[in-house]
Each structure stands twice: as structure tokens, then as C-alpha cells.
Design a protein around this ligand. Structure first.
Ligand code: B30
Ligand code: ZN
Length: 267
């Protein structure tokens, strides 16, 4: 996971200089989203989602990669989306989160300049044109990411509730640590991860939010935030980076809007 970048000394304000080929580009993510000018609705098509049924033995694995925690699942579980039911061109490869040291920061995208406590990214690759996420990550139309804002609330987040046992495992605290959870047979990624209102979202062409910042991501960020409890946020904040410091504020702040990454062009 290393590669000479972090969220401290070699943090986001140095990435353009450390990884100039892409991080200094003009279609970078995240961005500030504006409900005034760019809320997508009828102009842009919603994705059609599909998930295969969960057979006995399907497992989810949470891992600490030194920058964030990431959720992976057994390969027989297929999580896909596309413009229509017949055209499921994107396959989900992983889900991960970015979060803050306090409830007032943590998201990567902002909405009308407001930051949220955390942001989740369900990362898909174009499985019609590429064999796996590594092949797709640097390519045009290679990736599509669904972003969800988390807002601190009195209620627990149902997805984190499912992951809590694994998240509480001490082996996850340090980089390289991993913990497994057996899948509920009725688990559905889309209904558990996405907000209930999926009709309002932003879509734009952008990049990976971590070095080397490939400009290969078609972003969809939902307007409605989902709840997360203070207790669940604390479970994220107790993790450690590779240097043993607290894993908090692992977000890249918004980048300038340019013609290339401006939301609003129907896609
Ligand atoms: S994001 O959704 O834009 N935050 C990657 C995928 C999605 C996003 C960012 C990065 C990705 O696949 N990056 C390559 C994987 N790793 C390599 C590694 O060694 O682990 C980079 C990383 O985390 O993101 Cu340290
Ligand atoms: Zn991310």
C-alpha cells in the first residue's frame, strides 16, 4: 500500500507534485457538488443493479491496507450494474471508506461546501472491456464508483452493524490485518449501502482520489446521506496507519472544477 504517499507529510497537498502525471490533471476527484447547478435527475439515467444470490460459504473480508479499510467478498458473489438489466457492464470489486477525526469532516466530496463525517465508495470496473480492476484502473471508461455520504446519527448504520464483529477484531488495527464475516443469506449490497432515495445523485467524469489519481472514474454521488452512529465512527477511528498513528482524516479535499470534471453533462 505504501508508494510514498499518505495523509500526513506526503498528503493530498503534495500529490500533484509527487505524482504529476495524473494527480496534477484537470479531471481530478473529489469535487464540491452543488445542488443549485448540478443535481441530476431525469437527464441522466439511473443504473440498474444486480446481485447474485448468496450461497452458503460466501464470506466478506475487511482489511486494513494502511490507507483505509476495504471490504472484499468471495468471487462467486457477483455484484453488477449497468444502464439496463441486459447491459451489466460494471462489476463491483471492493467497498471502502474515508472518514474524519471529528464529525465535521471526513468525506471527500462536499455538497454545497458541506463535509460529511465519512464517505463510502463502492468501486466497479468495466468488466465488458477489461479482465479485472487492475487492468481497468488506468483505462478510459475503466471504473465507475458509487459514493455515499455518512451523517452522524442516533441510529446505527445497518451495513456497519453487519460488519461490526469483524471491525472490532484487533487484527484489523494495523496495516495488513484482515477479518472475515460470513454473509447473511438475505444480504443485499445495494439496499444496505445506498441511501433510500436513489433518485437524486450527481454524475461526473473524474479520477481515483488516491495516487496515482488515474482519470478513469465515472462518479455517481448520492445526494441523500445515510446514518452512522458515533459508536460506529469510533470503531473506524481506532484503526491505525502503517506508522501506528490513528487512521483518521484519510480524505482528499475537493479539487478545482474544470470543463472535464464538471457535473451536468448527460451520461
Ligand atoms: S477511490 O474510490 O477513488 N477512493 C483505487 C480504487 C478506488 C479509489 C482509489 C483507489 C484503487 O484501486 N487503487 C489501487 C489500489 N491500491 C494499491 C495499494 O497498494 O494499496 C491503492 C490504494 O490504496 O488505493 Cu494503498
Ligand atoms: Zn475512496
Amino acid at each position: 500500500a505504501a508508494g510514498g504517499w499518505d495523509y500526513g507529510k506526503n498528503g493530498p497537498n503534495r500529490w500533484a507534485e509527487l505524482f504529476p502525471e495524473f494527480c496534477a490533471g484537470d479531471k481530478q476527484s473529489p469535487i464540491d457538488l452543488s445542488t443549485q447547478t448540478a443535481l441530476q435527475s431525469s437527464l441522466i439515467r439511473k443504473y440498474v443493479f444486480h446481485q447474485s444470490s448468496i450461497a452458503a460459504g460466501v464470506k466478506f473480508t475487511l482489511k486494513n491496507d494502511g490507507h483505509k479499510i476495504e471490504l472484499n467478498w468471495s468471487p462467486e458473489l457477483s455484484i453488477t450494474m449497468g444502464q439496463t438489466a441486459a447491459d451489466q457492464m460494471y462489476t463491483a470489486a471492493q467497498l471502502h471508506w474515508h472518514w474524519g477525526s471529528s464529525d465535521q469532516q471526513g468525506s471527500e466530496h462536499t455538497l454545497d461546501k458541506k463535509s460529511y463525517a465519512a464517505e463510502g465508495h463502492l468501486v466497479f470496473y468495466n468488466s465488458k472491456d477489461y479482465a479485472n480492476i487492475s487492468m481497468a484502473a488506468s483505462r478510459p471508461n475503466g471504473l465507475a464508483v458509487l459514493g455515499v455520504f455518512y451523517e452522524v446519527s442516533a441510529t446505527d448504520n445497518p451495513l456497519f452493524k453487519d460488519l461490526e464483529k469483524a471491525l472490532a477484531n484487533d487484527t484489523l488495527i494495523n496495516m495488513g490485518g484482515a477479518a472475515e464475516v460470513a454473509a447473511r443469506t438475505d444480504f443485499n449490497m445495494f439496499s444496505t449501502f445506498l441511501p433510500s432515495n436513489q433518485d437524486e445523485f450527481f454524475r461526473y467524469d473524474g479520477s481515483l482520489t488516491t495516487p496515482v489519481c488515474y482519470e478513469s472514474v465515472l462518479w455517481t454521488v448520492y445526494r441523500q446521506a445515510v446514518p452512522i452512529s458515533a459508536r460506529q465512527l469510533q470503531m473506524l477511528r481506532r484503526l491505525h496507519y502503517s506508522d501506528n498513528s490513528s487512521m483518521v482524516n484519510n480524505f482528499r479535499p475537493p479539487l478545482p472544477l474544470n470543463p472535464g470534471n464538471r457535473p451536468g453533462t448527460p451520461r
